[in-house]
Design a protein around this ligand. Structure first.
Ligand SMILES: [Mg+2]
Length: 379
């Protein structure tokens, strides 16, 4: 079965006025994604999601031109060879070239969608997984920098839906972070886990002040205190206490995850299937992490495709951690596609879809309603 066409759909929506969440990377005003449609000579079509990488138009152009030309005619079921071709022709001589790795991630997901449809089975079955229950936390663009009382109320509202863990956005002034965490810890039962995410906004000094406090508050993990490339800061921060660190949503491919584990700085790995290299590569990363007793907790991107693909992976590895349940207030790319990407059970878990492939079908008329909007996503 040969690849006969590849087409990218960069899509966007504005965050409704007054409902934007503020976090360590700014105030959310717009959301972007790049969906990818791969067509085969047997008429089977697959869909994937590439993370936008703050350059959705560039990623879409790269897919529609260079990637398409490189991959046309290749065996659609041979995901390892497609990965190798892009690695050789795009990544190997130019570093990880993040836009290329994101584009490859989306194409790889689309090819796994095709594989599932070809064998008429869900991806988790092809990966050797089962209908395993995966614990979820309330994440996405939510629980942001806000008044501690309203933050506590929002956390309780997610817990009332079944979540047994919530992720708060920190990375503000340390005093504000502490006030918010203290309030949420106060209103939640002790058995609800609290995770915190600084979105790369801490200095070493901030981390030095915050880490003993988070340890005292029994925080499960501190996520991305620093930018992904500041490896030395992660090593230094590990000496500030016993708090677990999490990172990976801005690390790409097994090669960068190798550095993370060899530095021994994280306890929770967070590859994003739409960024780190697709399903093929996140399975490799999960296996690498398994050898170091580090769990996989995929970062969730924007659309139902990424969410459903992440659950297939979590249901298929021996070191599954949390699924990041997107509790963003307004996300039509989660809610208004043909299938709901995940359902939260009362015990705070999710299970993979039993539909063939990823389990999310895409209506191109739906995509027409969300043309690419230029400009930053966070201000
Ligand atoms: Mg994060």
């Amino acid at each position: 079965m040969k690849i006969t066409d590849i087409k990218a759909f960069p899509i966007s929506f504005k965050v409704p006025q007054g409902s934007g969440v503020r976090l360590g990377i700014g105030l959310a005003v717009k959301r972007d994604a790049v969906l990818i449609k791969v067509t085969t000579d047997e008429g089977i079509i697959g869909w994937g999601e590439a993370h936008h990488g703050r350059c959705p138009g560039a990623i879409a152009k790269l897919i529609d031109t260079t990637f398409k030309e490189l991959l046309l005619g290749m065996d659609a079921l041979n995901t390892v060879s497609v990965w190798e071709k892009i690695y050789k022709m795009q990544l190997s001589s130019h570093g990880m070239g993040y836009a290329s790795t994101m584009a490859l991630s989306g194409i790889d997901i689309a090819l796994w969608d095709i594989k599932g449809k070809f064998f008429n089975t869900p991806i988790y079955r092809l990966l050797g997984g089962g209908k395993n229950k995966i614990k979820a936390y309330a994440g996405g663009i939510a629980l942001g920098w806000q008044d501690p009382i309203s933050l506590g109320e929002e956390a309780l509202s997610h817990v009332s839906k079944g979540y047994k863990a919530v992720k708060l956005r920190v990375g503000d002034k340390i005093k504000n972070d502490m006030d918010r965490v203290t309030q949420v810890r106060k209103v939640l039962h002790d058995d609800v886990e609290i995770l915190v995410d600084a979105n790369t906004n801490y200095t070493i000094k901030d981390a030095q002040m915050a880490i003993p406090f988070y340890e005292d508050q029994q925080i499960t993990w501190l996520e991305e205190p620093f930018p992904a490339m500041e490896f030395n800061n992660y090593r230094t921060a590990k000496t500030f206490g016993n708090l677990s660190l999490a990172a990976g949503e801005n690390h790409f491919t097994r090669f960068e995850f190798s550095r993370l584990v060899e530095d021994n700085v994280i306890n929770y790995a967070q590859p994003d299937v739409s960024k780190a290299g697709g399903i093929t590569e996140v399975i490799r990363i999960a296996n690498l992490m398994s050898g170091w007793n580090v769990s996989i907790n995929p970062h969730t991107s924007l659309t139902g495709i990424n969410m459903a693909a992440s659950i297939h992976i979590l249901a298929s590895v021996d070191n599954a951690g949390f699924f990041e349940g997107d509790v963003t207030a307004f996300n039509p790319f989660r809610d208004d596609m043909d299938q709901v990407p995940f359902k939260l059970y009362k015990d705070g878990t999710v299970i993979p879809s039993d539909l063939p492939g990823v389990g999310i079908s895409i209506n191109e008329k739906f995509l027409d309603k969300y043309p690419l909007i230029d400009g930053p996503c966070y201000i």
